[in-house]
Design a protein around this ligand. Structure first.
Ligand SMILES: O=C(O)[C@@H](CO)OP(=O)(O)O
Ligand SMILES: [Mn+2]
Ligand SMILES: [Mn+2]
Length: 562
């Protein structure tokens, strides 16, 4: 950390000895765009992407791969796929922070989770109220983990929870479609063991994560309302006497995948919901990841709330697994302290006169703002920053509109670059990820081609202002659309069809820099073979003419005499 004469931390960055200030730098994050061998399940190699291809071929010294998964981005193990939260956190913060998944693991293993203020707060309801747990039910490890839920269920019941209701959101996005049946079965087994010990524990409601509760960035409040109605009011169009039956039947009868299952409630023999949320109950949202919990957290926490008609607003003790928004302090109560992602590159650059424009469409808007800035909403300095959100299409899966708003985002970036009002123009192009998550290979190829066209728009604008571009990605997705055996063969399901993979991957991501504003002699260091996304922030500071703070991960570039 840099310090001033007074011993206090200083925001002032040192000038870079060789690189000038004043260049406009475009930062383009391709969401879900990893590097993998070409093949029929690699939508990026299958797509016609002349611009990205030429960036790779033209300047081998200024194109390389970065680690974007596992411990390189603060996840518990190197078997953990990357994701947007940890990826953009690392890109923006320039350091690797132990992330939510890991912090919850640590708190559960040590038992500290039960000693904190958050647990004591919910525990006050255990004698007379019900403990409700709402979250994503899978072992995907992106938003939540089933093993953590099971440990917590046991821990809470040993500490006095007598009546427990779980509200499940089925996945099929971070894990294979269809696996929700197995996850529900595992949870049911655990709940039945708790019942044998005298705890009244049941699944009460649920639905598919993309259709119920887990919307983000206020894209579509009707998603959260469906969750509210099912979890809180105990009302849903589908009623079953067990969650297992619910998931199995709804998959067949409505022909929807795990991600998009309709909302359901579990009812008793009289058809009455087994677990609405009532006055005096405790509620925990057990996802550690922030973006898709913030909307439901607002609905559960805020007295003043006008996003939808709540009908009934129970007086509850609500805690998040983590605090999801550091600026809004939302929720007020939480079980595990979030990573303290401080002194991000965005905050430094604002203090050093860099004016920033950031843009994406709604579904990725918070990635280049909120996540980039360390899970902090709002501006550091509204006079120096402008964030623009292009409304995403709602109510569709993105294989229907695979081009999404890529071109519109790129045009906003182009206008911001040509206006010369900004020093950094930062965008996220969502297609590789959002279309990749649908598992639709043809549509994903179309999406990747739109990304390539969008990159060209930004690069052309950078050329006009003699600026610099940095094109990179946050994690893999579209480059690997099939589940493989250990030997690398595509796996088949029981009907002999290949198992389509909708999730992120373990693959590295490319980064490339260039533009006529780049000082001659700038190239990637040869001595950082294991660099990852956290090395990008220092690099960007250099390109703006500054040295990075000493505790940032080292820069990727060096300047050689030509
Ligand atoms: O859609 C999401 O929530 C995640 C996958 O669970 O994707 P990303 O990390 O790219 O936002
Ligand atoms: Mn992403
Ligand atoms: Mn994704």
């Amino acid at each position: 950390m840099e310090s001033s004469d007074t011993g206090l931390m200083s925001w002032k960055l040192k000038e870079h000895p060789k690189l000038p200030k004043g260049k406009i730098v475009a930062v383009v994050v391709l969401d879900g765009w990893g590097e993998a061998p070409p093949g029929p399940y690699n939508c990026i190699s299958a797509a016609h992407t002349p611009n990205m291809d030429s960036l790779k071929q033209r300047a081998p010294n200024r194109w390389r791969l970065l680690k974007a998964h596992g411990t390189a981005v603060g996840l518990p193990t190197d078997d953990d796929v990357g994701n947007s939260e940890v990826g953009h956190n690392a890109l923006g913060a320039g350091r690797i922070f132990a992330q939510g998944a890991k912090l919850v693991d640590i708190a559960l293993v040590s038992g500290k989770i039960y000693e904190g203020k958050g647990f004591k707060y919910i525990q006050q309801c255990f004698d007379t109220g019900t403990l409700h747990l709402i979250g994503l039910l899978s072992d995907g490890g992106v938003h939540s983990r089933l093993d953590q839920l099971l440990i917590f269920l046991k821990g809470a019941s040993e500490r006095g929870a007598k009546r427990i209701r779980v509200h499940i959101l089925t996945d099929g996005r971070d894990v294979l479609d269809g696996t929700s049946i197995g996850f529900v079965q595992t949870l049911e087994n655990e709940l039945s063991e708790l019942r044998e010990k005298g705890v009244d524990a049941k699944i009460a409601s649920g639905g598919g994560r993309m259709y119920v509760t887990m919307d983000r960035y206020e894209n579509d409040w009707s998603v959260v309302k469906r969750g509210w109605d099912a979890h809180v009011l105990g009302e849903a169009p589908y009623k079953f006497t067990s969650a297992l039956e619910a998931v199995k039947k709804m998959r067949e009868d409505t022909n929807t995948d795990d991600q998009h299952l309709p909302p359901f409630v579990v009812v008793d023999e009289e058809g009455k919901s087994v677990g609405p949320i009532m006055d005096g109950d405790a509620v925990v949202t057990f996802n550690f990841r922030a973006d898709r919990m913030i909307m439901i957290a607002k609905a559960l926490e805020y007295d003043d709330f006008d996003k939808f008609e709540r009908i009934r607003f129970p007086k509850i003790h609500y805690a998040g697994m983590l605090q999801y928004d550091g600026e809004l302090k939302l929720p007020k109560h939480y079980l595990v302290s979030p990573p303290e992602i401080d002194r991000t590159s965005g905050e430094y650059l604002v203090h050093n006169g860099i004016r920033t424009f950031a843009c994406s469409e709604t579904v990725k808007f918070g990635h280049v703002t909120f996540f980039w800035n360390g899970n902090r909403s709002g501006y550091f300095n509204s006079e120096m920053e402008e964030y623009e959100e292009i409304p995403s299409d709602i109510g569709i899966t993105f294989n229907v509109q695979p081009k999404m708003k890529a071109i519109e985002i790129a045009k906003k970036a182009r206008d911001a670059i040509l206006s010369r009002k900004f020093d950094q123009v930062r965008i996220n192009l969502p297609n590789g990820d959002m279309v990749g998550h649908t598992g639709d290979i043809e549509a994903t190829i179309v999406g990747c081609e739109a990304v390539d066209d969008a990159v060209k728009i930004v690069l052309d604008a950078i050329e006009e202002v003699a600026g610099i571009y940095v094109v990179t990605a946050d994690h893999g997705n579209a480059e690997e659309m099939v589940k493989r055996s250990k030997k690398g063969e595509p796996l088949l399901d029981k009907n002999g069809n290949v198992q389509i993979q909708t999730s992120h991957t373990l693959q590295p991501v490319p980064i490339t820099i260039g533009g006529s504003g780049l000082a001659p002699g700038v190239k990637f260091h040869g001595n950082l073979p294991t660099a990852g996304l956290a090395n990008v922030a220092s690099t960007l500071m250099n390109l703006h003419g500054f040295e990075a703070p000493s505790d940032y991960e080292p820069t990727l570039i060096e300047v050689v005499e030509e």
